[in-house]
Design a protein around this ligand. Structure first.
Ligand SMILES: C[S@@+](CC[C@H](N)C(=O)[O-])C[C@H]1O[C@@H](n2cnc3c(N)ncnc32)[C@H](O)[C@@H]1O
Length: 365
């Protein structure tokens, strides 16, 4: 029986499930979840691409944040560099290679590790990072105590969200029901009473509001595993005011073969489902768990501050000119103010200095 049939059977026997519970199954069901069985990032036979797929520039820029973190921590002889949700492993590979080139002393004592839930991505990461001594865990506590830098690119957006709707009769939650074989939305009282209070007063009637309790609690788990150091989060994200300005439509969407799919109940397990990250809520969760904000800026500003547009020697052959043009175009895509460049980059510190990061020079906290 496929996932859609199993979910319908479960709903028929025990009643509708929250959208968050549906999304958890669609993405992470141990047999049929999207991330468990078929997640595909990249350009060919894939559903979407991420910054790390555009060549080594992204990992190289992040290596400069890692270098600044190492210096801010007093250049420890050994330190942890942990990627959470590493996809195909290219960012960690490029970051470590750049670290070795730019700061061999810091690279010598680095202990790389990955937090990953998808067995499929673990295999791809092992290939990308073959020959390196690397630890893996499925949850941050599996690597505790962490002393160094933890980073996650486009991971928070994969956590299940509860969806709340303001109706004439008050706040209701989106549940998933089964209409024969078809999964449909239905509204019910909120599954947890505090969810109701998370909906902003100014959300209009008919407006939808997503609450990422799972992402918030994951940030708190990371904070607990980090004894001293930094957490770097990069994602498509907006603050509460920005999310409200979207006319309360909500941000949930599916991706399949680079196409946007509005109906996220279709074909569970066969497409990615994602929501824009609420920066205000993540910051609140991080600070509540003992982290302090170092910087909050767009990917464009951060990468420019880190020198992503490096001057290179003039290419002398037509082949080198072609390669240089392709690198420039990759960097333009990373900086696109209407695309990847608009992503948010958040850096938090735990028991570590807030100053000394080139990425956020001139940023106000
Ligand atoms: C959208 S992909 C991004 C991958 C990679 N960071 C990149 O930029 O290409 C999300 C990644 O997070 C992983 N992931 C999702 N939920 C996770 C969790 N709770 N803990 C660790 N990894 C998770 C997925 O398996 C996948 O590797």
């Amino acid at each position: 029986m496929g996932l859609a049939e199993r979910l319908s059977a479960r709903i028929r026997s025990s009643g509708p499930i929250t959208f968050a519970s549906f999304m958890e199954s669609a993405l992470f069901d141990p047999e049929d979840g999207y991330y468990t069985t078929r997640a595909a990032i990249g350009f060919e036979a894939s559903d979407y691409f991420t910054s790390g797929e555009l060549g080594p520039a992204f990992g190289r820029a992040l290596s400069r944040i890692a270098i600044d973190a190492h210096v801010a921590l007093g250049r420890p002889a050994t330190w942890d560099l942990v990627e959470a949700g590493a996809g195909r492993g290219g960012v960690m590979r490029d970051l470590l290679a750049a670290l070795e080139r730019e700061r061999p002393d810091a690279a010598r004592g680095v202990r790389p590790a990955i937090v990953e839930v998808s067995p499929r991505f673990r295999e791809l990461q092992a290939v990308a990072l073959a020959g390196r001594e690397l630890r893996w865990a499925t949850a941050p506590r599996g690597l505790a105590p962490i002393h160094g830098l933890i980073f996650a690119n486009e991971v928070l957006d994969a956590f299940p969200v509860h969806v709340l709707v303001r109706t004439q009769d008050g706040v209701r939650e989106v549940y998933v029901d089964a209409d024969g074989p078809v999964l449909v939305e239905t509204l019910r009282p909120a599954s947890q009473s505090d969810l109701r209070w998370r909906v902003p007063e100014t959300l209009p009637v008919g407006g939808r509001w997503e609450v990422g309790i799972a992402a918030e609690s994951w940030v708190a788990q990371i904070a607990a595993a980090l004894t001293r150091g930094y957490l770097l989060l990069v994602d498509y994200a907006d603050d509460e005011a920005g999310l409200l300005a979207r006319l309360g439509e909500g941000t949930l969407r599916g991706f399949s073969r680079h196409h946007l799919i509005a109906d996220t109940l279709q074909r569970p397990g066969q497409m990615d489902i994602t929501a824009t990250v609420n920066v205000t809520a993540i910051r609140r969760a991080a600070e509540g768990a003992g982290l302090r904000l170092v910087g909050n800026a767009t990917q464009r500003d951060v990468l420019l501050a880190l020198g992503v547009r490096e001057a290179a020697a003039r290419p002398s052959t037509p082949l080198e000119q072609l390669r240089a043009a392709s690198r420039r175009s990759a960097v333009d895509t990373l900086l696109d103010p209407n695309g990847l460049g608009a992503f948010r980059v958040l850096l938090f510190a735990k028991d570590a200095p807030l100053a000394g990061f080139r990425a956020f020079e001139g940023e106000k906290r």
